[in-house]
Design a protein around this ligand. Structure first.
Ligand SMILES: [Cu+2]
Length: 170
């Protein structure tokens, strides 16, 4: 084997390690942050939702209070509700509590992370960096995987609302 072939073989081995995995988890203190994911945002989408499952393995409650990403103007935690048959969402004033022993699921149609004015988000299959901020665990760097739509498609159209919260989200 020539030296070049050895180098190529090594590069191929590295590439296979770099292939995306289906799930990716993070640990911060007693929190497990499982599989942050996001939808593909149409170009110029004013907002895009982020979803994740957070488990508190500790004995003290913690709160998800915010986040950040260099690919969004800002990041908010939103709660969704249906009032008079109209889906609405608003920032969670005090964040989202993750009680000891509990798993909180942020998902389409429910509580979610909102990337406001995203720019340069990758295509489906890509990942982008962001951080989630917890009251006790602090800021945790994660990557959101951009995935095809799953679950019910009716809520939270990526191109609607956020001109003003409380407006109809279609
Ligand atoms: Cu929202």
């Amino acid at each position: 084997m020539t030296r070049n072939l050895v180098v190529l073989a090594a590069a191929a081995a590295c590439l296979s390690w770099a292939l995306p995995v289906l799930a990716h988890d993070y640990t911060a203190g007693s929190l497990t942050i499982a599989h942050p994911w996001s939808r593909k945002a149409p170009p110029s989408a004013p907002v895009v939702g982020g979803y994740v499952s957070i488990t508190n393995n500790g004995s003290e409650s913690d709160r998800l209070v915010g986040g950040g990403s260099r690919l969004a103007e800002r990041v908010e935690i939103h709660v969704s509700s249906v009032e008079d048959g109209v889906a609405r969402m608003r920032p969670a004033a005090d964040g989202i509590e993750i009680a000891p022993g509990e798993t909180v699921e942020l998902k389409p149609g429910g509580t979610h992370i909102m990337f406001i004015k995203p720019s340069g988000l990758p295509e489906e299959g890509g990942k982008f960096p962001a951080s989630l901020t917890f009251e006790k665990a602090g800021a945790v760097d994660v990557e959101f995987a951009v995935e095809p739509m799953r679950g019910p498609a009716k809520e939270e159209p990526a191109s609607a609302h956020h001109g003003g919260h409380g407006e109809s989200a279609q």
